[in-house]
Design a protein around this ligand. Structure first.
Ligand code: FCB
Length: 449
């Protein structure tokens, strides 16, 4: 079996560096009968939306198997576990606390604490309660205040059991994939709506940061964004311009409001009918000081110019590609981290997700996913490189603890370091999980010395 190795001098082996694994509520929990419906339940029920026609009703049945899953997480030797809270599980439709749902997470938090595993809690990983969608969802400005109230109730209940909160996971996906590309819930294709949703999500983040800093001042509070470095398809002037626009539209649209309190100049170039409504003071609210920025990194993106003077992405065809068809491009991670350092006054960074879908086969109780081992090895070295250049990276989370519901791709794409045999719900640590386990345990032993 291939190993993952780091030099003895690697900063990733420093005692303070945090290694973890990540999941999200809708992707693993199941237990749909003990929570309210969400926009993803609605989306899954629409024919043709999910590639394999599946849904999140049972998923990995984590809601019933969480104790076993915590043992599994502990056995990996991680310092931390990143998971998300289901809004639809912890609050009733009238906004009051659902104690049964809240207790589920409280038990989980206690079990983590008992094993000395830090809890990284994401408040919103895309599963908006459907009844809020019925009131306009993220298109309705008021949803930002509903989110603030939800953040308040959760953070009061969890108290100091949480090491770190993230308000949102990847607002780009909720806004762009959900409202412009139409491939995520709720499946809308409308640019103006996409930009409006992005604005309300950012506003919700700012409002939630205020209550998190008040309720849990000693927790690390921040947000998680997905970033993909943008490359031009050619060195033509048109493609160069297209790439700058794509970078502003997909990456800096979130970073600049968060870190500088303003939108990219590209906003003013959009037709007025596509520009989001904003109110005075919104950007100041959005730009709350962050204790950290979470970055999810998977691949780079190549763009070309369209005749209309806009941009479109060019799908990679040359290997190495993952099972998602995403190019394996570890240099992009170093580049993103170093680029941020140059352009922004940056808080410390966590790599909150990084991983790869591969075609996995369970054979004789083993999954030999050497390509995934190589992916982790290369990306850990890419983080190390950025740290050598002065970027403050405080931790790294593998996506994902286990195979799970991969959104529009259903259960066919497997990102886990643990294999899930869905018919039996059996979990089997893949070779990549074993390789990471070896690394994580080694780091723990070194720290204990
Ligand atoms: C990210 C999501 C996560 C998972 C990975 C593959 O965009 O945050 O839930 O689906 O992609």
């Amino acid at each position: 079996m291939k190993k993952i190795t780091l030099a003895e001098s690697s900063q990733l082996l420093d005692p303070e560096f945090i290694f973890g694994v990540a999941t999200a509520a809708f992707q693993i929990e199941g237990g749909a009968d003990s929570r309210l419906p969400t926009i993803w339940d609605t989306f899954c029920a629409q024919p043709g939306r999910i590639k394999d026609g599946s849904d999140g009703l049972v998923a990995c049945d984590h809601i019933h198997r969480w104790q076993q899953d915590i043992e599994l997480i502990a056995s990996l030797g991680v310092d931390a576990y990143r998971f998300s809270v289901s809004w639809a599980r912890v609050l009733h439709a009238d906004g009051s606390v659902n104690h049964q749902g809240m207790n589920f997470y409280l038990q989980l938090l206690d079990a983590l604490q008992a094993r000395n595993i830090k809890a990284f809690v994401t408040l919103y990983h895309w599963d908006l309660p459907e009844h809020i969608q019925q009131q306009g969802g993220w298109l309705n400005r008021q949803t930002a205040w509903l989110f603030q109230d939800y953040a308040d109730k959760v953070s009061r209940a969890f108290g100091d059991k949480v090491y770190s909160y993230a308000t949102l996971n990847e607002p780009f996906c909720s806004a762009y994939l959900g409202y412009e590309a139409g491939i995520h819930a709720p499946g809308v294709q409308n640019r103006r709506q996409g930009r409006q949703v992005a604005h309300h999500l950012l506003l919700a983040h700012g409002l939630a940061m205020q209550v998190l800093q008040r309720n849990c001042p000693s927790a690390q509070n921040g947000i998680v964004v997905n970033l993909s470095p943008c490359y031009p398809a050619s060195d033509s002037e048109a493609d160069q311009r297209a790439v700058a626009m794509a970078d502003a539209y997909h990456n800096h649209w979130y970073l600049q409001p968060l870190l500088q309190g303003r939108y990219p100049d590209l906003l003013a170039e959009l037709p007025e009918t596509d520009q989001p409504d904003t109110e005075p003071g919104d950007l100041a609210l959005i730009a709350q000081p962050l204790d950290y920025l979470g970055i999810n990194y998977y691949t780079r993106t190549v763009f070309e110019a369209t005749k209309a003077g806009w941009f479109r992405d060019v799908k990679p065809t040359a290997p190495p590609l993952t099972d998602m068809g995403w190019e394996i491009y570890p240099e992009g991670l170093t580049e993103i981290l170093c680029g941020l350092q140059q352009h922004y006054a940056m808080p410390p960074v966590y790599i909150t997700e990084n991983g790869a879908a591969m075609v996995d086969n369970l054979q004789d109780g083993r999954v030999q996913d050497a390509e995934r081992v190589a992916y982790f090895q290369q990306h850990l070295l890419a983080v190390e490189k950025a740290m050598e250049q002065g970027v403050q990276v405080a931790g790294y989370f593998a996506w994902s603890l286990m195979d799970n519901f991969e959104w529009a791709e259903g259960y066919v794409k497997r990102f886990g370091i643990v294999y899930v045999d869905y018919p039996t719900q059996q979990r089997v640590i893949k070779d990549s999980g074993l390789a990471l386990q070896q690394l994580f345990r080694y780091k723990q032993q070194r720290t204990a010395r």
